[in-house]
Design a protein around this ligand. Structure first.
Ligand SMILES: [Zn+2]
Length: 205
């Protein structure tokens, strides 16, 4: 059988390992995917699998209803969140979900990360808002994040973790790095004083 999605699987493995090495994910937490909208397929990390030994053969291909098209493992337990975001937001082609510690600490506090750094404007599209809590693995995790991701490239999922999207997986990954960076700097600034918040740019600027 013709091997499909080789490039996508290779990219998912490479970026998953990079995110793990950068300590954006602990243990087997977190997940990421690429969407191929023409086929309606999602190339996604497997459920509960060690990033250090992950290879291309471990990556799972599902359709938007969760049927496994290809793969020897179960897809990530958060596949419904991924599918829901792809269904609702066609501009999103890749999703990176981590439990990166600084961003997740604000998700636990239900506190947004205000616009404090200029990089947050091009990469994250401004302040990072919190989406309401939903049970892990439920479609509501995705449904709750969609209204935020309609306007932004990142979102904090209440009592859960961080979410970043992009037109490519490398783009979504960079956004997740900037999200964690902004959260860490905001945390550090708040430890020693009161951060000055920038004004959100006008739409279309
Ligand atoms: Zn998670």
């Amino acid at each position: 059988m013709e091997r499909r999605y080789c490039e996508e699987k290779k990219e998912v493995v490479a970026i998953a390992k990079k995110a793990y090495a950068e300590k954006l994910m602990a243990g087997t937490s977190g997940n990421m995917s690429i969407c191929c909208p023409e086929e309606g397929h999602v190339i996604i990390t497997p459920s509960g699998y060690d990033y250090e030994i992950m290879e291309e053969k471990d990556i799972v291909v599902i359709d938007l209803e969760g049927n496994v098209i290809e793969g020897i493992h179960k897809p990530s337990s958060e596949w419904r969140m991924h599918a829901e975001i792809y269904k609702e937001l066609p501009a999103v082609r890749a999703i990176v979900h981590t439990h990166s510690p600084y961003a997740t600490s604000f998700a636990v506090l239900h506190q947004e990360i205000p616009l404090i750094l200029i990089e947050m404007i091009p990469f994250l599209k401004g302040a990072v808002e919190v989406s309401p809590y939903a049970a892990q693995g439920s479609v509501e995790v995705g449904k709750n994040a969609v209204p935020v991701l309609e306007r932004k490239n990142a979102c904090l999922m209440a009592n859960h973790g961080a979410l970043a999207v992009g037109a490519s997986l490398s783009g979504a990954y960079i956004n997740s790095v900037y999200l964690e960076d902004a959260a860490r700097i905001y945390h550090m600034a708040r430890c020693v004083g009161t951060p000055v918040i920038l004004e959100e740019p006008e739409k279309g600027e």
